[in-house]
Design a protein around this ligand. Structure first.
Ligand SMILES: Nc1ncnc2c1ncn2[C@@H]1O[C@H](COP(=O)(O)OP(=O)(O)OP(=O)(O)O)[C@@H](O)[C@H]1O
Length: 474
């Protein structure tokens, strides 16, 4: 464009501007309103209503199509967002049966005697329906285990099962306590052995109390409050306590209806007369505020010696989490030791033997290698107990390491340590035959196949499952 024409473009168009130049020079204003003094006067009048998708002639004479802009994320955001806790419930969902798996003919139902009999080692037993409900209430099944692959929940009787259960029963016969820690490498079956002890307790009508994930108590994910008049200060966790009471009620309902109260409990929010059932006592916990007092009253009743009180089985999974400082803070913003949380303290007192169970029973904790924090004191204490049990020289503290926790070491001073290792070939074969009978394992199970899988996984039950069944996992 030549210089004079360009300059002319900058000035207000007028009749003097040649028509060709005026058309080439774009202006947002129609020729009838080339200049205005107010915004209103300048604003072009748009038609009031425009049909979606219909072509509209705009005031400038151009055709335009009014289309709604498509949101690309509509499909992703379809439906309601998950409610609070919904995702966690899905993550923790336990599926105990699979109709696609074949029913296994000749699979015996679990009897308590199976777990005491050495001849049963290497056989699979199915969990009866009522026991499944109780174990589910106690959260004994873990979402990481292979339950959803089989027609019905069944488990292998291992030599460790017989060892553990015999010692539990022996202690109960003498009204004594059996205190043990189950430890071992990853996926060696510690949680499942804990489940077996609960199954035994339930079948023998013991009162079974379980803390399924110790981390839920110590990682500051549930409410806590100081308990008045405690020195050093202890903390109650009412919401967790209410959940635990509900689990105890559901899992042990048949025995709790047979047991009655010996004490009046004036501190309870509701009048529970003497001779009420223990189930009625636990039912007094309706709100989190009353959960801790109700649990204390229940524990006091359980500690009543004699008069037909059953033995107690108190179990905990994830021992590492209670063998260290918790994530909670005191009002002075100092970190609280896990063992200052009242429920943890109660478990530790029974595990250490400081609080005996007058009617006998067992206190069993399992370590976890899945998400366990590092706890040098626990590792050392367990190694020391193991060495003492096998009659070798126990390891000592490292002289320049300051991370030991004397409180945790004191708790584990006299416990029995059971270290889980790989299965025997006989046990491996029993398990693999069950997989094949369920239609999950396609190859024939013979000596050669068993030996190959057993060698590949060093007999570790979880590794064997991974080597043989992982591709089948839903
Ligand atoms: N006696 C058994 N019968 C059948 N399956 C078993 C048995 N013991 C263990 N398993 C299987 O082995 C797998 C690992 O078991 P488990 O979850 O008990 O391991 P763990 O030692 O507690 O693991 P972690 O160290 O991760 O806490 C699970 O899938 C479980 O179903």
């Amino acid at each position: 464009m030549s210089a004079p024409t360009s300059l002319r473009c900058l000035v207000r168009p007028s009749a003097a501007v040649p028509r060709s130049i005026a058309a080439a020079t774009w202006t947002p204003y129609p020729s009838i309103a080339l200049f205005s003094t107010t915004a209103n006067a300048r604003k072009p009048v748009m038609p009031k209503k425009q049909n979606k998708g219909a072509p509209v002639i705009n005031p400038y004479g151009k055709k335009m199509t009014v289309m709604k802009k498509k949101n690309k994320n509509v499909a992703a955001r379809a439906g309601k967002p998950p409610l609070p806790g919904e995702r966690k419930a899905l993550r923790k969902r336990i599926q105990l049966s699979n109709n696609n798996a074949l029913p296994v003919a000749g699979l015996a139902e679990l009897e308590p005697e199976h777990m005491l009999d050495r001849n049963s080692v290497g056989t699979m037993v199915a969990l009866p329906g009522t026991m499944q409900d109780s174990l589910r209430a106690l959260e004994a099944f873990k979402p990481t285990q292979f339950w959803p692959m089989f027609r019905q929940p069944a488990m292998l009787i291992r030599s460790e099962t017989v060892d553990l259960i015999s010692q539990m029963q022996e202690a109960a016969n003498k009204k004594q306590m059996f205190r043990a820690v189950l430890t071992g490498e990853r996926i060696t079956g510690k949680s499942l052995l804990l489940l077996q002890s609960m199954a035994y307790g339930l079948s023998k009508e013991w009162i079974v109390i379980n803390i399924p994930e110790a981390q839920e108590l110590t990682t500051a994910c549930t409410e806590y409050a100081p308990i008045p008049d405690t020195e050093p200060v202890q903390y109650m966790q009412n919401n967790y306590c209410l959940k635990m009471i509900q689990a105890i009620r559901k899992a042990n309902s048949s025995i709790l209806t047979k047991q009655t109260t010996f004490y009046s409990h004036p501190e309870l929010p509701q009048n529970i007369p003497i001779n009420s059932t223990l189930l009625a006592l636990l039912s007094a916990a309706k709100e989190p505020e009353s959960a801790w007092v109700v649990f204390q009253a229940f524990w006091k009743e359980l500690m009543h010696k004699g008069a037909g009180r059953p033995p107690i089985l108190f179990t905990l999974d994830g021992l590492q989490h209670i063998m260290k400082i918790s994530d909670y803070r005191s009002p002075a913003f100092e970190l609280i030791h896990s063992q200052d949380l009242a429920l943890v303290r109660l478990f530790c007192d029974t595990l250490s033997g400081a609080m005996p169970l007058p009617n006998g029973g067992a206190v069993i904790a399992a370590t976890t290698r899945n998400n366990g924090p590092r706890t040098p004191s626990m590792e050392l204490a367990l190694a020391q107990r193991e060495a003492e049990q096998s009659g070798t020289e126990p390891p000592q503290h490292e002289p320049y390491f300051k991370g030991y926790d004397p409180r945790s070491e004191a708790v584990l001073k006299t416990v029995k340590v059971m270290k889980l290792k790989g299965m025997s070939k006989l046990e491996a074969r029993g398990l693999m035959e069950y997989w094949a009978a369920s239609g999950i394992l396609r190859s024939t199970v013979d000596e050669k196949v068993v030996a190959a899988k057993w060698a590949l996984s060093a007999g570790v039950v979880g590794e064997m499952e991974r080597a043989s069944l992982l591709t089948m996992r839903p």
